[in-house]
Structures are given as structure tokens and as C-alpha cells.
Design a protein around this ligand. Sequence first.
Ligand code: OSB
Ligand code: MG
Length: 368
Amino acid sequence: MKIAELELRTINLPLVRPFRTSFGTQTAREVLILKVTTTDGIVGWSECVAMSEPLYSPEYVAGSLDLMRRFLIPTLAQAGDITAQDVAPLLAPFLGSPMAKATLETALLDAQLRIENRSLADFLGANKAKIPCGVSVGIAPSIDALVDEVSGYIADGYKRIKLKIEPGWDLEPVGEIRRLWPEIPLQVDANQAYGRSDGELLSGLDKFELLLIEQPLDEHDILGHAQLALKVLTPICLDESITSLHSAEDALALKATTVINIKPGRVGGYLEAVKIHDLCLNEGIPVWCGGMLETGIGRAANVALAALPGFTLPGDTSASSRFFHQDITDPFVMEDGFLHVPQGIGIGVTPHLDFLDSITSHKEVIAL
Ligand code: OSB
Ligand code: MG
């Protein structure tokens, strides 16, 4: 496959409601969208999961764009005729930035699978036609507001609720949701907001029978997570700390995590994500598919990944309507708490170009 042209654009999609986490409040999603066209005129799409600011990870939209333009794209251009499988090794000399690298790999994979007439789900090894959905619920202005929001998601049919927590917003809101819905699968996500000395506080969550506590400590604090795991009964699940297959092996060997949140962008792409899935399946470690407020492009690929056999917990694979009034693709609509896995070739979706143009704030085309 030879790349003829890459189109990079930044879009802005307002969120249906503000999404507050311990690292800040999002009211809109700024997303970098990539379209690759091969010399045979085949098109592949992907989105970069980096956010506007480097608060969840060191990557951010403008930085990813600069990195791709300045280093990553010229490197792929020089390599000439390549496959999606060549992207990670070719880009390995450039340190970090798994999200930018994943964007390039995924668009090429989409194009490649369209040439091969094959769906991403089939290529990755999916064995389900639909997947159960969870929903990630932001920090609310009050307990009443949280209860209202969660009630809506439960009425929608979500099969698992994840509450964002931070110091000052933990035992009380979680306790109230557990009291009102004693049976709902429930978990929490701290996005690194706690410290090594918070073991006792966090073990206060044990009585709520949560599925897991996601990323309580700093992303680099593997030892801290291992020590915390000895103090709390609730399983620890790493998100930010897992940036590659090797980091997953480390965290498991050091007993810092007993569940893993797999986000393809965070680990450099779907190919690396499958390697982490395979490792965890072998070791009996449950995995689930995380989310990054994706548009339909990223959501389609995540839903395909979440259909692999090791994904035994509902993921943050919500309906498009959880975040957006209008998605850039046909919307992902939940039925009885499930999303259908796209069966079309490639990622199985394409964006609506008129709408995409209408929300595009920057667009550039790089011809190779
Ligand atoms: O930590 O899982 C996270 C969104 C942006 C950045 C980080 C996270 C999240 C979410 C939302 O929790 C997940 C979703 O897209 O549904
Ligand atoms: Mg998380």
C-alpha cells in the first residue's frame, strides 16, 4: 500500500453535558481526524484520542498534529510501500506519543482492510456480534444531580456504571448510588487523584462491592498501586499506567493491577491492544475497553476490539448520544444495553462529510 495523500483536520463537537473529571471539565470534544488515501484511491479514516490539553496524558491535539506533520508522516513517506503492521516499527525511534502513532496505524489499517474486503472485527479476532455497554459518569455538581444523571443512564439500559471520583467526591456519592441501585455493576475511576497515603480512605470503598478502582494513583506509581492492592479488597485496574505490552507485563508481574482497561490510542494502536488482550487472556486477567469521548470513527473500532473473547467486563463503549447530539458517522445506538459490532469492511463506518466540514476548524492536506 502506498500513501498518496493524508488529510488532517481538527473538529469541535459540543458535548451534551459537561464532563468533569479530577483533571478538568470538558464542554466540547476537540478531535484530530485523519483521512488517508492510497495511490489506488482507497480511503482510510481514524481519529486521534489525544485531548485539547495534556491533562489525561502528555499528548494534546495541537502537539499530535505537529508531531505527525514534522516527524511521523515524513518517516512513513520515506518508507514507501508499507502495511499497517509496518507503522509501529517505523515510528518506534520517535519516543512516546502512542496516540499520534495509533492514529496513523489505524487509518492505514482501515484502508488495508477495505482493500482486503475484511472487517476490523474479523481481523482483530472478535467472537461476538454485540457488546454490553457501560457508561462513565463525570463528577456532578451535587449528589442530587448525580442521582438524576445515573437514573437516566439506567433507564437507557446501560449495564455498568462508572463514577469518576476525586478527594472530596468519593465515599458519599458512591455510597448513595450503591444504596439506590444495590445490584448494578459499579466501578470508580480516580484518574490519578489520590496518593500513596490514601489506602485507608480508599479501603472505605470496599463495602460498596465495586468491580474495580481505576487508576487511583499517579501513572508512574506502579509500586504505590502494588502496595495499595495489599490494603484494599476492591480490585485495582490500571488505565493511564498501561502504555504498551511491556508496561502491562510489568504491572501484572508486580501485582499492581488485576484488571486492565485497554485503550488502543493509549497503547499505540489496535495491534498493540490485541497483544495486551492476548497476554491478559492467557493470564486470566479480565480486560475491558476504555473510551476517550470518541466520535463514531474511534467508537466503531473500539466496539470491534471489545468483541474479542478476553473483554469480559462491559467497557466505556457508550452510545453516541452519551456525548454528542450529532455524531460525525451514523450514530451508535444502544439496544437493550448492547451495541452491534460493525460488520462492514474496515472500521465499518465513514463520516458524513457535510457535517464534518461544518465543524472543522483546521484542515490541511499533505500530498506524498
Ligand atoms: O479515564 O477513562 C478515563 C474520558 C477521557 C479521558 C479519560 C477517561 C475518560 C472517560 C470517558 O472516563 C470514557 C468514555 O469515552 O466513555
Ligand atoms: Mg480511566
